[in-house]
Design a protein around this ligand. Sequence first.
Ligand code: NAD
Length: 295
Amino acid sequence: MTAIAFIGLGNMGGPMAANLVKAGRHVTGFDLAAASIEAAKADGITIAKSAVEAVQGAGVVVTMLPAGKHVLAVWNEILPHVAKGALIIDCSTIDVESAVQAHALAAKCGAASIDAPVSGGTGGAKAATLTFMAGGSEAAFAAAKPVLEQMGKKIVHCGGAGAGQAAKICNNMILGISMIAVSEAFTLAEKLGLSHQALFDVASTSSGQCWSLTSYCPVPGPVPASPANNSYKPGFAAALMLKDLKLSQEAAKASGAATPLGAHAAEIYTAFEQAGHGGADFSGIINHLREQGRK
Ligand code: NAD
């Protein structure tokens, strides 16, 4: 099987690379952080001394990095050393503009490329149940699919260069807004003397039904697995939700789309982060809303 290079072995990249090893791939990895390197070694990943060394002889390169500037820096560094005809897959969540630029860099060097951000969090990364939303040519997608299937369970081709990132930020803008909407409803219900369970029983089978309510309920009780039952430990950290909302707002500004609720959601999560709660699960936003209410 084609050898794989994996750059960025953090909370997501580490377990994703480990799943490729479990699937029988030879994976050579690189990361700047000693802790990520140690964990990856224990999972059977061969560690290279640099990103350039990692990509030597690899037919597929995967990057899983914090933001667009990191992806562009790493792709600029490795592309001159990547084998002709190799496939580069970026799984990071980054701005659409940087994703499009990364595709152009790859094309200039004769490499195929896919932007393939993920949904499913660290739990999905460990269990190989991630959803991948991919952007790029039909041929690049066909080449990437078998690799992505070893790290996830649903792989969607969303369109051309950058379409994966576009799908990711549109989805997460819905999520950020809907979590605030559900939290506002529970906050109002509390003031009106309505129990959490009563609102859940009605809204979960009525027109208010949505994932933020039925799978990730922001109050403890109705959905036992939701972070509300575990002191709002993430889950999906509020800082990451804010990152994605900001990406959606950058894209809205650049493209001229009107997203007033997305803009307001970004403001609300900014205030939550500034109050020191960036590390809490994003459903903890309900506590922020309660604090805004009249005592
Ligand atoms: P992380 O900070 O745990 O991992 C990023 C890793 O990249 C770190 O280990 C860091 O040392 C490494 N890195 C940075 N610059 C590098 C470079 N130049 N060369 C090599 N390594 C470098 O972050 P994460 O949680 O794994 O997230 C990675 C990406 O996945 C982000 O874009 C994030 O938005 C996205 N994402 C995260 C989650 C989640 O729940 N954590 C869910 C979906 C998507």
